[in-house]
Design a protein around this ligand. Sequence first.
Ligand SMILES: [Zn+2]
Length: 430
Amino acid sequence: MLRPLLPGLSSCLLAGLSIGLPPAAAAQDMGRARATITTLAGPAMHGRGYVNKGADEAADYIRRRFRELGLRSFTPKYAQFFPVTINTFPRACELLVDGKPLQPGLDYILEPASGPGRLTGPVVVLDTLIFTNEAAGQHFLGQSLQGRVLVMRQRDADRIRTLPNIFAEHLNKAAALITLVPDKLTASLANRQEAQPRLQVLASRWPLSSQQATLRVDARLAAGYRAQNIIGYVPGRIQPDSFLVVSAHYDHLGRMGKATYFPGANDNASGTALLLELADYYAKPDNQPAYSVVFMAFGAEEAGLLGSSYFVQHPLFPLARIHFLVNLDLEGTGQDGITVVNGRTLEKPFRQLEQLNTKHKYVTAIAARGRAANSDHYPFSEQGVPAFFFYTRGSSKAYHDVHDVAEGLPLTAFAGVFQLVIDFFGSITK
Ligand SMILES: [Zn+2]
C-alpha cells in the first residue's frame, strides 16, 4: 500500500448486479498461502525492490506459479515491462553516535531520497527559537553547517516549510540531516536523490547529549530500471471478451544496505498470495468463469502506483471491457474486518458485498470509504473502471518497516476475502 491518501470524490455506478450465487465449493489452501507469503517475504527476495533484483525474483516466482496453473498470457512470459527511476541503498548503511552504532531498521532508516555520504561530523541540534525569534533565525542563517550533522525533531522539520525558503536552503548545506521521529519508522521510496545522507531516527534511541555522528551511506539512483507487471488470465466460458480483474502488487521497499531489508509480508505478500489462491480456484475446469478473469500482479506500486498506471496507459485489452476490478493489498490481518475503498462511490456493488457477507459471515465487518489514491485500484477507477480495493483491518502496527514479517501474521480474514471475491464476481452480470 502506498502512503499518500486522497479524500473521496467521483462516482461511477455499475449497471445491474444480480443476486449472489451459492458459495463456492472449493477453498483456498491456507498452508500454501502461508508458504507463499513466507517465500515472498523471505531474505532471498530482498524486500522485492530494486537492489539485488529482488522485485525480479518475486516476478519470476509469480510467473512460475502462473505457468503451473496453466494461466493464459496476453504477452510473452506474462510480462509487461516498464521503466522506473528509483533511489536505492545497495551497500553501506551505518550510523554511529559518539562511536556507538545504532541498528539499521530498528533504530533508524534512510529517508527515501537520501543521498550517499561518508563522514564524521559534530552534531548540531536545530534551535527551535528560529520559528519565533528573529534574532535566533538570523543567528541560524549565519552559522556554517558545512561538515555538520544537523538534528531536528519531525515537527520542526515540517515547520521549516512555514519559514522563508532561505531556511530550507540553509539546512541543505549540512553534511547530513537527521530527523527524530516520535513513534515509528515508516519507510518509502523516491525517484530522486538529495545531496546528502538523510535519516529518520527513533527519538527514543537518539542520545540527547550526543556530540558527534559518523555516517556511511551508499545511495544509488537507478534510472530506467526495467520493472514488470505479471499478468495472466483464465478465459471466460460464455463471454471471454468481458473481464473481471483481481489485482495485487507484489513489489515492496527492497533493501536498506547489506544487513536490512523490508519483508513486506502484509504489504503485500499477503495480497499476492490471495491473488494466487484465486488464480488456482478459477484455473480448475469446474470453476471456469462466465467472463474471463485476469490476474494482475503489479510491480512498482510502492514507487507511486507505477505498474498499474502503466497498464491503464498501455492496456492489453480495452479497459471498457472490465466489468469489475478487485484490488488486494494488506490482506494479512482482519480481526476488525475489511475496508472497501470506493465502497462509498459504488453504492450498489457495495450493497451487494454487504448482502453476501450478511448471508455467509465471511468477514466480521465491512466498512466503506470513498476514493483514495492508496493502491493499484486507483489508476483504474480514475479511468472509469468500476474498482474496489479491499484491505484487512486488525491489530498489526507493522507498516513499511522491518517488523512486517510473515511469522505471526494472523490472516484472520484471508479465507473470508477469498470467498467474498468469488461470490462477488459470481454475482456480476452485465
Ligand atoms: Zn505499501
